[in-house]
Design a binder for this molecule. Structure first.
Ligand SMILES: Cc1cc2nc3c(=O)[nH]c(=O)nc-3n(C[C@H](O)[C@H](O)[C@H](O)COP(=O)(O)O)c2cc1C
Length: 374
């Protein structure tokens, strides 16, 4: 079983993560984890915090000579902006953030106690964990990319292009956007929102290719890969909707327009000419690319805050203003790629098992043979 736990506050000393269940013998490159962390930090529209932080991972345990040894992998990212004990109290909760709900729940009138953990700073360590999972997935030929499909209502117009093209274009873009014309409009929209003291949300897409048919399960609700993937994606702060394949659009179409007809050739085996299912049928991968889309709401902290209530006086008062992003959809796309990497790694290990990478790969090869001769 692959599992992880994270700890750490937004302005605490550091973020830590423990990943347990990785087979022995997998090479892990710190540089590759740091590359993902840098991608998460970039993005036009992010706040001042990302100018302070230079996220770098330290691998504390679980490796010997750069390879996993089957023990828990402990990861650490230090916060440069370490000031948890001196940061000001928050007494006017921000609508849309965890401040009020968390204050009531934990019985604290200083809602900084709540926001320090509710903050999406925690997603940095999840990106590091996802990068370790990507190293495992590469052993099975699975690659993941994520890109921004809209910001503040400005949508990309480019239709489907190849996985590699999407990845290359998104990696080079300040908004992880593959459509240059839409990107220019998105940048202008972010500038306008910033000027107005406002914030923006958007949508993003995660694509995984090389995924073999048969990951996940139709046998029990929590082992459906749909469940594992959407649970991870919905756990990202501010993600308010997830769809698989054509998702919500499917509901307004006819079955004949939505289901993907099945074809077979000796060379390619079973395949589809369309992928409305987003690579999942019955909770199980069907051998096509995984397509997942997420909707992110606008950032809760506003330069021109909404009305709130001072919880000490109970009088109307503008909500607290914290240093914040105007738009974090590009960063969220990197986090989404990481959580999908974790869920796919979990599903691969559930299917192929093994305590060493050699054993896992042997099981994988045996399974591929079975699929080929099916
Ligand atoms: C990468 C990323 C960065 C974020 N940055 C901010 C931010 O700077 N300020 C803010 O108020 N919310 C930010 N959020 C969103 C909040 O963390 C989120 O809205 C809050 O925790 C409440 O959770 P909920 O929106 O899921 O209900 C960010 C989210 C992500 C994924």
């Amino acid at each position: 079983m692959l599992r992880f736990l994270t700890a750490g506050e937004s302005h605490g000393k550091c973020l830590v993560g423990i990943l347990e269940g990785m087979p022995a013998g997998l090479k892990i490159e710190e540089a590759e984890i740091n590359r993902q962390l840098t991608l998460r930090q970039k993005g036009y529209g992010r706040g001042g915090r990302m100018k302070i932080e230079k996220d770098k991972v330290e691998i504390l345990s679980g490796l010997r000579k750069g390879k996993t040894i089957g023990s828990p992998i402990a990861l650490l990212i230090k916060n440069r902006d370490f000031k948890i004990d001196t940061s000001p109290s928050i007494t006017c909760p921000r609508p849309g953030h965890a401040d009020l709900a968390g204050g009531l729940k934990y019985n604290t009138k200083d809602m900084r106690d709540v926001l320090e953990r509710a903050s999406a700073r925690e997603t940095a360590i999840r990106v590091a964990i996802g990068a370790v999972c990507r190293a495992l997935l590469r052993q099975f030929g699975i690659e993941i990319t994520a890109h921004v499909t809209s910001i503040g209502g400005v949508c990309i117009q480019i239709k489907r292009i190849s996985f590699n093209q999407i990845r290359q274009k998104a990696d080079k873009s300040p908004l992880s956007c593959m459509d240059k014309a839409a990107e220019a409009e998105m940048l202008a929209e972010i500038d306008r929102a910033k000027k107005a003291g406002d914030s923006l949300g958007g949508t993003l897409e995660v694509i995984a290719v090389g995924v073999p048919a048969g990951l996940g399960s139709c046998a029990h609700w929590e082992r459906r890969l749909d469940t594992m993937l959407t649970q991870g994606l919905m756990s990202i702060p501010a993600i308010k909707g997830v769809e698989i394949g054509t998702g919500f659009l499917s509901s307004s179409l006819r079955g004949s327009q939505v289901q993907d007809a099945i074809f077979y050739t000796k060379a390619d085996g079973f395949f589809r000419k369309s992928n409305h299912a987003g690579g999942l049928e019955g909770g199980i991968t069907n051998g096509e690319a995984l397509l997942l889309r997420c909707a992110m709401k606008p950032i809760a902290t506003l330069g021109e805050p909404l009305v709130s209530v001072d919880i000490r006086t109970k009088c109307p008062q503008k909500a607290a203003v914290e240093r914040a992003d105007i738009c974090a959809v590009p960063a969220a796309s990197v986090v989404a790629g990481a959580v999908v990497a974790f869920s796919l790694a979990e599903a691969c290990l559930e299917k192929f098992g093994g305590d060493s990478l050699a054993e896992t790969k042997r099981n994988y090869q045996g399974y591929l043979k079975q699929v080929k001769t099916f």
